[in-house]
Design a binder for this molecule. Structure first.
Ligand code: INI
Length: 181
């Protein structure tokens, strides 16, 4: 069996982040936790490029444009679409998710869907809080995992079994000592 699995070591990787300004009180927290998540795993600040867009609807085009430059190992998309009284939410969230997915397939660059789609403002705040759901941090982890697994696929390397299977230590079965005659 061949096994390929991403890692959490992001040293030397470059990431693009597209962040929506709409609902900035939420998206700014997503952004800061995401950047922190990347740098904690070894990404240099110079290797992170952030582009701000008006709202979630605008994310896919900018994410795809960034990916096409081939300068990034993954592009992270951050936004917050919060349900209101009209069907607007459905159009924005559907287009953001469809477009971000399409951008990944069009460019072969991993896209991370860090766009919150919530019923209430409270849900969005909870999900952006680093001490609660921390979806910004989750997006950083997913980006590193996808970037590293895509790199493995490109170079055709395998993940050594020791890096995947938790090593369970088994107690050695003790054989009864031979008695001296
Ligand atoms: N954009 C968001 O990112 N979140 C929202 O909740 C939202 N709502 O509710 O309207 C929103 N609208 C703006 C939209 O993304 C575009 O920026 C706008 O329509 C201009 O194209």
């Amino acid at each position: 069996m061949k096994l390929r699995k991403g890692s959490h070591d992001a040293t030397g990787l470059r990431f693009g982040i597209v962040v929506a300004k709409f609902n900035k009180f939420v998206t700014s927290k997503l952004l800061s936790s995401c950047v922190e998540g990347l740098t904690k795993q070894g990404v240099k600040a110079d290797d992170i490029e952030v582009v701000r867009v008006p709202g979630a609807f605008e994310i896919p085009l900018v994410a795809r444009t960034m990916a096409r430059t081939k300068q990034f190992n993954a592009v992270i998309c951050l936004g917050a679409v919060i349900r209101g009284d009209t069907p607007h939410f459905d159009y924005i969230s559907a287009e953001a998710s469809r477009g971000i997915g399409q951008a990944a397939l069009d460019t072969d660059v991993p896209m991370i869907f860090g766009v919150l789609t919530t019923h209430t403002i409270a849900q969005a705040i909870e999900r952006s809080e680093p001490t609660k759901f921390n979806r910004g941090g989750d997006a950083a982890r997913s980006a590193i995992e996808m970037a590293t697994v895509m790199r493995l696929l490109r170079v055709g390397e395998e993940t050594p079994p020791s890096a995947d299977v938790p090593q369970v230590r088994r107690a050695k079965k003790r054989l009864p000592r031979k008695r001296k005659a």
